[in-house]
Each structure stands twice: as C-alpha cells, then as structure tokens.
Design a protein around this ligand. Structure first.
Ligand code: ZN
Length: 300
C-alpha cells in the first residue's frame, strides 16, 4: 500500500470544551491536554480568544496558551479568533498561528460572530495587514450546509477562498460546522479548491452529527487535504444544532487513517487512554468509539 502522510490537529480543547455546561478547572485542562500531547499530536487548537461572558469555558485561554507554549516548544498551537482583538491577544500570548472564523452563510455568521460576511472579511484584511507576523488560517464555517439557510453554494465558498488567496492567506479550512455534508460533496469541494489553488494548505473540520465525520474526513484526505481536525472522544456539539454529538473523534480518525495507509505519527493506544480518561471525568456528548484493537502501528 502506498504510504501517505496526513497531519491530525486536535481541537478538543477549543471545539470540544466550549459547549460544556460546566467550566473545567485549569489544573484538569492541563492534565487532559498533557495526556493528549503524550500521544504524539503535533498540532492543537488549544483555545479561542472570544468574549468570556459568551463562552466562560475560555476565560482562562491566555493562561492555558502561555503554559503550553512554554512547556511544549516543539508543538504547533493555534487559537480560533473571530476578530482583530482576538488576534492581538494571540500575539500577546506568543502564538504564531490563528484560525480566523467566518461562515459561508450570512445568517450563521451573524449568529456566530454578530457580523456580516463582508464585515468579517474586512476584519481578516485588517488582521493580515496589522499583524503580518501571524500565520492566519482562513476557517470557513458552514462550508457544506447551514442550520438556517440549508444548502450553501460551493461558489460562495470558492469566492471566499479567492478573497483569502488575494490577501496572501496560505491555509484554508473548510468546516462542516453542523455535520450535514456527505463524502462526495466534501471530495468535490476540496478538489475544486485544490485544482484552483494547488499551493494552498487545506484543512478539514468535519462534525459527526450523523456519523459521517470519519467518512467526510477521509474524503477530504483523498481529495488532497493536508490537515484533518479531530476532537478527543468526539466531544462537542453545536449551539445551532441541538443534540448534535459534535466533532469527529480523533481516535476514530487516527485508526482509520493508519489502517488506510496514511501515517499520522500518533500513538493510538495512548490517544485512546487519554480519551477514556476524559470521558470518565467530563460529562458531555461523545461520538467516539472506545474499542482497543491492536492492529495499527504505534508511535511515529
Ligand atoms: Zn466545529
């Protein structure tokens, strides 16, 4: 089998934890993140810099970020930001990478960040101009469907990607924010972006609302995505999709990728141990499978 490489980015500390009703104490956050990183994960979205009144779970985001930047200088940490203020906070904490989130559908962007798409893109322009040292990923939410508007035209997503390319963005994330995409749709949109902009690094963020998260992530990988997002245990949810089980479980992703010949550099048993620990201690919506099967390579 041909060996391919894929990067897995762990997003549980941001996307998994942000919807939990109870705030995880700082020391527990450190423990869970330590155990995630012990599996060999290189990339992690560690927090978002947003209004703590809206998302209290992120009130200690600066502390968490500073702590792990110092402890693991060899890993890549990233924060989700919706505006210039968040980007500035990221820089002040010492982060070099952020993901700027904007939705491909107007109503979701308004519900999520209280701005029109044009206003969000203007903020992105300003961030790139004022903070040129930051490596900014353009994260396009609702790329495969919107909870308010339904289908999202691929042309709309491509138009936003073009805006990013025009201002010098080199990384683009296509997100299935509510988990309504299907593998063919995902494959085709990723291919369309890849064909137009082969130089871009592409990231996939697939929610697992209907058990399609792993299949959609795999379709993105086959279409040429470089980085796939997962959340430990499949923890997550979406305020605009009540009852949704949330993110694609990193352990399920790693298992499938390794079985299919994609090398992730992640130790599956260690990752599963971290998932089991968190599931035992943190109540939430989990979509992952906790089965231990010793049929994938361990370690890098
Ligand atoms: Zn998400």
């Amino acid at each position: 089998m041909k060996e391919r490489k894929i990067e897995i980015m762990e997003v549980c500390p941001r996307d998994g934890w942000q919807n939990l009703p109870d705030v995880i104490p700082l020391e527990k956050k450190k423990q869970y993140i330590d155990h995630m990183l012990a599996s060999g994960l290189k990339y992690m979205q560690i927090c978002s810099f947003v209004n703590p009144k809206v998302i209290p779970q992120m009130a200690d985001a600066q502390e968490v970020t500073r702590y792990f930047l110092e402890k693991y200088p060899d890993r890549c940490f990233n924060a989700l930001i919706p505006n210039l203020r968040g980007a500035q906070t990221a820089v002040d904490c010492g982060l070099r990478e952020v993901s700027f989130v904007v939705s491909a559908s107007e109503s979701h962007n308004m519900a999520n960040v209280k701005r029109t798409i044009a206003q969000s893109l203007a903020a992105l322009d300003e961030i790139c101009e004022k903070l040129p040292q930051l490596d900014v990923t353009l994260s396009i939410a609702t790329s495969f469907g919107c909870p308010f508007e339904g289908a999202v035209p691929p042309e709309k997503v491509l138009e936003m990607v073009r805006h990013g390319v025009d201002i010098g963005i080199t990384k683009v994330e296509l997100a299935d924010t509510i988990g309504v995409g299907d593998p063919m749709q995902v494959y085709e949109l990723f291919r369309a972006v890849k064909e137009r902009y082969p130089q871009l690094q592409l990231l996939a963020h697939m929610h697992d609302t209907r058990n399609n998260g792993v299949a959609n992530s795999f379709a993105a990988a086959l279409a040429g995505a470089d980085v796939i997002h997962g959340a430990l245990g499949g923890l997550g949810g979406c305020p605009f999709a009540p009852g949704a089980s949330g993110n694609t479980a990193t352990e399920d992703l790693v298992f499938l990728m390794e079985k299919s010949g994609f090398r992730t550099g992640i130790d599956f048993p260690k990752l599963l141990e971290a998932a089991k620990e968190m599931r035992a201690e943190v109540p939430g919506n989990y979509s992952g499978h906790q089965i231990m099967i010793q049929s994938v390579p361990t370690g890098a």
